[in-house]
Design a protein around this ligand. Structure first.
Ligand code: G3H
Ligand code: 13P
Ligand code: ZN
Length: 310
């Protein structure tokens, strides 16, 4: 099976009540680990690259490595997706390079401008058989939450979501229900607004929903980093149980980057501390790849419910 769009995988996810993991990729080890985990679990998977990841790894390398992964496992549906596309040019570059899905992130613009810019990307993408994820609402970082009113204003408005999808014709929608990017998502208890998710699903039942900022910030991985010379105090993410509930409540795509970064960094730090004489990159990158695979497998198998859904 060549690279696919997310269309069929999302249709199946909405019908059967599971989510597909979208994992951020920057290099060969991460791509191999994700592919091996998906293949072992017979799960569809989305590999996604941000514009800064593309700048780092270079688009041709990323494409060719993802293509190599697909060649190794033709039985697994794999989509290659632009994460947080900032503008039309970046989306076009990815589409023209063979990406099967792009995100245009217009969440920093006002509603009308977000509609206009998203529609431009949708028109071009659809003319090339590529699907588009759009975003409505703002993913609040803990520093952004000044007071309850301003926090409420950041969540996705269900009525606006309906109008937005109708006017842009986007294929999936990223929503804000309380998650945020990075390792510091909540100051106190983790809380997601499942009530807003429910209302959004009622308004746009056939539109696949995407959850960004959805890393668990796995405590064992944070501890592994910190025990081996790292300094990531007070990190906190979205608990597995909440992500599992989201997967069963209409979220079709769950984005994970931070947990991969933590796994890679924790594994490498551990080798450096425990074996100070090791200097062959294959030694510590093998440990990193193994731990990323274990992390991705756990999410697919135990949290997102996509095992066997090919
Ligand atoms: O949502 C953001 C992703 O984690 C990508 O981050 O722009 O540093 O590659 P990045
Ligand atoms: P995390 O920082 O929670 O991994 O979120 C990643 C993400 O949303 C990528 O778009
Ligand atoms: Zn994101």
């Amino acid at each position: 099976m060549p690279l696919v769009t997310t269309k069929e995988m999302f249709e199946k996810s909405m019908k059967e009540g599971f989510a597909i993991g979208a994992f951020n990729v920057n290099n060969m080890e991460i791509i191999q680990a994700i592919m091996d985990a998906a293949a072992e679990s017979k799960s569809p998977v989305i590999m996604q690259a941000s514009s800064s990841a593309i700048k780092y790894a270079r688009i041709n390398y990323l494409m060719k490595m993802v293509e190599a992964a697909v060649e190794e496992h033709p039985e697994i549906p794999v989509a290659i997706h632009l994460d947080h596309g900032p503008d039309f040019e970046t989306a076009k570059m990815c589409i023209d390079s063979g990406f099967t899905s792009v995100m245009f992130d217009g969440s920093k613009y006002d509603f009308e401008e977000n509609v206009r810019l998203t529609k431009e990307v949708v028109d071009y993408a659809h003319s090339k058989g590529v699907v588009v994820e759009a975003e409505l609402g703002k993913l609040a970082g803990i520093e952004d939450e000044v007071n309850v009113d301003s926090k409420d204003a950041m969540y996705t408005d269900p009525d606006q979501a309906k109008e937005f999808v109708e006017r842009t014709d986007c294929d999936s929608l990223a929503i804000a229900i309380g998650t945020s990017h990075g390792a510091y998502k909540f100051k106190g208890e983790a809380k997601l607004r499942f009530d807003i998710l429910k209302e959004i699903k009622e308004r746009i039942p056939t539109t696949p929903i995407v959850l960004h900022g959805a890393s668990t910030v796995i405590p064992e991985l944070v501890e592994m980093c910190n025990k081996n010379g790292g300094d990531i105090p007070g990190a906190k993410g979205v608990p597995d149980e909440m992500l599992n509930e989201a997967s069963k409540s209409g979220v079709s795509k769950i984005n994970v980057d931070t947990d991969i970064r933590l796994a890679m960094t924790g594994a490498i730090r551990k080798v450096f501390v425990e074996e100070p004489s090791a200097f062959d990159p294959r030694k510590y990158l093998t440990s990193a790849r193994d731990l990323i695979k274990e992390t991705v497998s756990h999410k697919i198998r135990d949290v997102f419910g996509s095992t066997g859904k090919i």
